[in-house]
Ligand binder design. Structure first.
Ligand SMILES: Nc1ncnc2c1ncn2[C@@H]1O[C@H](COP(=O)(O)OP(=O)(O)O)[C@@H](O)[C@H]1O
Ligand SMILES: [Mg+2]
Length: 294
């Protein structure tokens, strides 16, 4: 059976019949990826212990692994992907989704504690990005990309220590990792984050609602106008909600969103994607350096 959105991790994803039910087996045969997949399963199991309104987590039956292979065996979810869902959803359903996202992130915030993330976390990450860009053959001679990296370094140097909630997050909360089933939303594909903060989940969801990232990866035709209207509505609601509530969101969202796109850029290899990323990063730098451009 072929799935509509294959993720980008390179894992094998197959649907398996087990007695009368269907299961998903997600596996890797890359020894370097084994710890990451096991970690993903552990994060998913941890997250499923909490109760969320409308947000669900697929049940994991078993995690099998050796040094070289790992397989997560989990519940199969009958669902739509975000594009199919948004094409048919009315505003009432979109309101539900917005409520569920806010509720999920607020629960994560409550499960975290306010901590100081030292400035070196950002500056070290930035140095790492600069190194990877200089080694990436699609970017190392791209003057625009190198200029954007230099300007970003200045931004990251000026952020300083960040005081924000740290403790729990999904780690890759984009629309491509949400399975839509009526008014229930299933989260999959948990990931380690370089700062385990709910703020990073807001950054990831807004990677889609503000910048439509996952649509770039979508292979089939879809109604772009409708998708951007729906995304904008969700984006505005999330941004207004967290802006009104949390100073750390107002202060650190933009630099962390910039870092998020830089970390995608560092591995860029498709021209279409690199062009898009440079445009996004340039826009972000212009907002950070002059908030009136927002
Ligand atoms: N539990 C599940 N039930 C149904 N479909 C799933 C499930 N897990 C994954 N999928 C399908 O596989 C796709 C990729 O899964 P994901 O875990 O995001 O992989 P990747 O790490 O490669 O991004 C999903 O978008 C979805 O279509
Ligand atoms: Mg995925």
């Amino acid at each position: 059976m072929k799935l509509d959105i294959q993720g980008h991790s390179g894992c094998d994803i197959v649907i398996v019949h087990n007695d009368n039910e269907l299961r998903i087996h997600k596996s890797t045969h890359d020894p370097n990826y084994v710890p990451r997949l096991i970690n993903q399963a552990n994060k998913q199991i941890e997250a499923s212990k909490r109760e969320y309104q409308n947000i669900r987590i697929p049940f994991i039956f078993e995690v099998e692994h050796t040094d070289r292979d790992a397989t997560i065996k989990m519940e199969y979810i009958y669902s739509k992907n975000f594009i199919e869902y948004f094409e048919n959803a009315g505003f009432e359903q979109i309101k539900y989704l917005i409520g569920a996202i806010k509720y999920f992130i607020d629960l994560e915030i409550n499960a975290s504690t306010i901590q100081t993330v030292p400035s070196c976390v950002l500056t070290d990450k930035m140095a790492d990005v600069a190194r990877k860009v200089s080694k990436n053959k699609h970017l190392q001679d791209d003057e625009k990309a190198l200029e954007l990296v230099e300007l970003s370094k200045q931004v990251m140097n000026s952020v300083g220590d960040m005081v924000m909630p740290v403790g729990t997050c999904h780690g890759d909360l984009t629309f491509s990792n949400i399975l839509f089933n009526g008014n229930n939303y299933y989260l999959i594909d948990f990931l380690d984050s370089f700062i385990e903060s709910p703020l990073l989940d807001i950054v990831k969801i807004r990677q889609d609602t503000a910048y439509l990232w996952s649509t770039l990866m979508y292979g089939k035709p879809f109604d772009k106008v409708r998708l951007s209207i729906v995304s904008e509505k969700i984006d505005k609601a999330i941004d207004e909600y967290f802006s009104a509530k949390y100073e750390w969101y107002r202060k650190y969202y933009m630099p962390l969103q910039l870092m998020n796109f830089l970390r995608i850029l560092q591995y860029g290899h498709e021209e279409k994607v690199i062009t898009y990323l440079k445009q996004v990063i340039e826009g972000q730098l212009s907002i950070i350096n002059n908030p009136k451009n927002a």
